[in-house]
Design a protein around this ligand. Structure first.
Ligand code: 7PM
Length: 260
């Protein structure tokens, strides 16, 4: 899964090069590099981020979904927590809902239930603005396992079949460095729930803070965590650096294929 940045404002160079054009170019490159899913997000969930108005989020994402849908044969994921954005994104051709709030916001369960698309339920403790101030767990792995069990049950009761659900422990979302690595070390335990696992560690602070690297220097760390997640059984890896990640995973898969 390649992360597509949709820029807040179209950066016009005289009027014909827009945010949508930039998104198309980014998407093309990621698809050429081997991404099978393009994740489009119009709301910054970065720690400390303010919330984005719904009209802004719609304006940023819907034209991009339409443009990518019209040009490429790829799976389109919409990274949103708002029911109206989910509904309009699905109408525009989105194939997957990626929700860092796991369908807990008003109206989301209903929108997804009425559709046929799969959904990624991500775990987050707290809200982006404050989530990194003293996250607390009894046991981060067990607590998230319980969260998943409850959300799966709630989804099924709302009419979202179990086979439409993907699980994501939410690296960096209300977790300390130690808790993030506890989750990575125990990622395989979530396979007990018998659903696909999505892992997103690309360029995150769990890499930067451990290695003392700024965002532009986190590629080696990102590739290492991606490989560890695949080895633990993750099915979808959400990344910025598609070409490099696909290369790394190809090595791992070739090795396992030789062994068989
Ligand atoms: C700062 C911190 C900026 C984190 C951006 C982010 C995930 C996600 C994001 C994830 C799923 C980013 C994140 N992270 N959706 N959306 N899983 N499912 O790296 O880990 O873009 S936002």
């Amino acid at each position: 899964m390649g992360i597509l940045n949709v820029t807040p404002d179209s950066f016009s160079d005289g009027g014909n090069y827009t945010a949508v054009d930039s998104a198309i170019l980014q998407a093309k490159r990621m698809i050429d590099d081997g991404a099978s899913i393009i994740d489009i997000g119009g709301e910054s969930t970065r720690p400390g981020a303010a919330e984005v108005a719904i009209e802004d989020e719609l304006q940023r994402t819907i034209p991009v979904i339409e443009a990518i849908k019209a040009r490429f044969d790829t799976v389109i994921s919409i990274d949103t927590s708002k029911a109206r954005v989910m509904a309009e994104a699905i109408s525009a051709g989105a194939d997957l809902i990626n929700d860092v709030r796991a369908l807990q916001e008003e109206g989301c369960l209903e929108v997804v239930a009425k559709s046929k698309v799969p959904v990624c339920l991500m775990h987050m403790q707290g809200q982006p603005r404050t989530m990194q101030t003293q996250p607390q767990y009894n046991d981060v792995v067990n607590d998230i396992m319980q969260f998943f069990t409850q959300r799966i049950e709630t989804c099924e009761r709302a009419g979202i079949a179990r086979d439409r659900i993907i699980l994501d422990p939410g690296f960096g979302f209300g977790k300390t460095l130690e808790q993030n690595y506890d989750l990575l070390a125990n990622l395989a335990k979530f396979k007990r729930l018998n659903l696909p696992i999505l892992s997103g560690t690309s360029r995150k602070s769990m890499i930067g803070n451990l290695l003392n690297r700024v965002v532009s220097q986190r590629l080696a760390g990102s590739l290492t965590t991606a490989i560890l997640a695949v080895e633990a059984g993750a099915s979808i890896i959400r990344v910025h650096d598609v070409q490099e990640t696909v290369d790394s995973i190809k090595i791992l898969q070739y090795m396992h294929q030789q062994q068989a």
